[in-house]
Design a protein around this ligand. Structure first.
Ligand code: CMC
Length: 393
């Protein structure tokens, strides 16, 4: 029509219709395919919730069994991919490795590249969901100099991952069902969150008909940023900084209010939640429970609780409706389970995979879909003549 509206950061713009996730940020409601996350967190598994998000309904017994078998069957990465790990410095951030290796999966499974041919889509989806777990665990093993532990067909999705992360040849990892349950819960709570930055990235990249591996690799890059999934690592770094500074939380709340400080309370605030993030409620309760069960007294949990109390009493946070978000307590649980801080965002990526896949699939299934291509309002020079190099100042 000749004119363009501007909405920086897409604060008010819907980019699509979607039937995957419902979110009411004022009331603090989150539902996947209509089912509240509270129910899924209590009764479902990550594999079942992944099926729900990707295929639109809870699976029947036979559908779930087929889906689980596919995940089990496609858990190995190609042996040649193990050599990737040798090319990275030992200090490499696992998110950098994850994104590059997920993109590289498209070269091992080139049938995924033609997205119009959906014959292999279910296997591509299973490969992605299953192999990311193996890549993540191998990158951790590489970083600490331990041998890779291969996936085991007799183990469930989460137990298999924990085993690949923590077992060593000298001593098998003892599977604790409470730990498996809490890991399922964390992954379920991260599984989708409608048009967030990384999901919008997956959709935008996928709208050019880029394949699923390539689109998700882009999503992993978007997730890494500290304002998005990278916040869970930043939260623990911040809590550690508060502890080594003597533990005065009010000093850091004051600093977060000071606009010149460039410091924000990590794990606080959200674009759409103007109420307590419903995921944070469940994660906080799970943190209390699992730390008690494991007999861990993490001083960071105490600092986090005092920080929350102090911030939520402060008019700055009250007026702006800034509450703890999903990232505030998740790191405390990951620490208790033995995950190093730089793996926290990888865990977010693992959880968010079914959401990215579901959105990519929903978009690809829409025959009316077009390539994403935002407009801009140009603010540069008007027509200017080229100045030869020796005449320039
Ligand atoms: N600490 C201090 N002030 C904050 C914070 C914070 N964590 N978050 C927002 N504000 C202030 C901000 O300065 C602004 O104040 P004013 O109106 O005076 O300019 C106001 O609150 C609104 O903030 P905004 O930056 O305009 O809000 P946004 O919707 O663009 O940003 C956010 C949302 C999550 C990026 C932001 O709240 C933030 O940076 N939080 C810390 C990082 C974080 O925890 N990210 C994880 C988000 S949840 C998981 C995920 O989706 O990835």
């Amino acid at each position: 029509t000749g004119y363009v509206c501007i909405d920086p950061a897409f604060v008010n713009t819907a980019s699509t219709t979607s039937s995957i996730t419902f979110l009411d940020g004022e009331k603090g409601i989150l539902r996947y395919r209509g089912i509240p996350i509270e129910q899924l967190g209590e009764k479902s598994t990550f594999v079942e919730t992944s099926y729900l998000l990707i295929y639109g309904k809870l699976p029947s017994k036979s559908e779930l069994s087929r889906f689980s078998t596919l995940l089990t069957r496609h858990s190995l990465i190609h042996e040649d991919m193990k050599r990737f790990f040798d090319g990275y410095p030992s200090t490499a951030h696992p998110m950098a490795i994850l994104s590059a290796m997920v993109l590289s999966l498209s070269s091992y499974y080139p049938e995924a590249i033609d997205v119009k041919n959906t014959e292999h889509l279910d296997i591509t989806i299973a490969r992605l969901l299953s192999k990311v777990r193996t890549i993540a665990a191998f990158s951790y093993k590489k970083s600490i100099g331990q041998p890779f532990v291969y996936p085991h067909n007799s183990l469930s999705y989460c137990a298999n991952f924990l085993n690949m992360m923590f077992s060593v040849p000298a001593e098998p990892y003892e599977i604790d069902e409470d730990i498996v349950k809490v890991l399922n819960l964390l992954l379920i709570l991260h599984a989708d969150h409608e048009q967030n930055c990384s999901t919008s990235t997956v959709r935008l990249v996928g709208s050019s008909k880029a394949n699923l591996f390539a689109s998700v690799a882009a999503g992993i890059c978007a997730l890494w940023g500290p304002l998005h999934g990278g916040a869970n690592q930043e939260v623990v770094t911040m809590l550690e900084a508060i502890r080594s500074d003597g533990g005065d939380v009010s000093k850091f709340v004051k600093l977060a209010k000071d606009k010149t400080s460039n410091f924000r309370l990590m794990g606080f605030g959200h674009r759409v939640y103007k109420n307590y993030d419903p995921r944070a409620v469940l994660i906080k309760a799970a943190a209390d429970k699992i730390l008690a069960k494991l007999g861990i007294k993490d001083p960071l949990l105490d600092i986090a609780q005092r920080l929350e109390e102090t911030a939520l009493k402060d008019p700055y946070f009250v007026e702006r409706k800034l509450y703890p978000n999903v990232d505030f307590y998740s790191g405390i649980i990951y620490r208790a389970l033995g995950f190093p801080t730089n793996m926290f965002t990888v865990m977010f990526a693992l959880g968010r995979l079914p959401g990215w896949i579901a959105h990519w699939k929903e978009m690809n299934d829409d025959p009316t879909g077009k390539i994403g291509r935002p407009r801009q309002i140009y603010t540069g020079e008007n027509a200017v003549d080229y100045t030869p190099l020796d005449e320039r100042e």
